[in-house]
Design a binder for this molecule. Sequence first.
Ligand code: ZN
Ligand code: ZN
Ligand code: ZN
Length: 152
Amino acid sequence: MKESILQFWKKKQEFCILCKRELQHKYKPHREWKMSGLLCSDCHIIKTKEYIAKQQIEKEKQERELNTCSICSRQIKSETVQVKPKWQWNLERGSIICKNCFEKKDKEFEKERNYCSICGTNLKFIRYNPKPKWNISGQLCRKCWDQRNEIQ
Ligand SMILES: [Zn+2]
Ligand SMILES: [Zn+2]
Ligand SMILES: [Zn+2]
C-alpha cells in the first residue's frame, strides 16, 4: 500500500497544452510547430494535419515561383525543360528560364562576346572592355575603343 502511494506521487501529472486534458499518451510537438510541452493524441493529429496542409501550400507557392522564367516571366510548364541560365549572364542566383529565352540569350551573349559592340567586327583574340561609364555591353575592337575613348 505504502509503495503504491509513493508510486502515485512520483508520477508527474501532465496535461495537453492545447486541450488541457490529462495525458494518457504523450506526443511531442514537431519542432517546427514552435510549441513547448506535450500534446494528447487528438491534438497531435489535428496539429499534424494543419502542418502538412501548411507545408503543401508553401510547396505549391515555391513551385509556382520556381517555374516562372526570370526573363519573360512566363510560367514554365512542368513538361517543358527548365534551364539554368549561364552564370556569366548575371541573373539572380537560382533563376530558372525557359528554353526560348535561354537560346535567345545564349545567341545574344555569344554575339556580344565575339563581335565588337559598335562596329560588329569579329573580335577573335584581341578585344577591349568598354569603360563602365560608357554604358556599353559586350566588348570592343581596338579601333572603336580608341575612338570612344577620345570622346570622353
Ligand atoms: Zn489535447
Ligand atoms: Zn522565358
Ligand atoms: Zn569596333
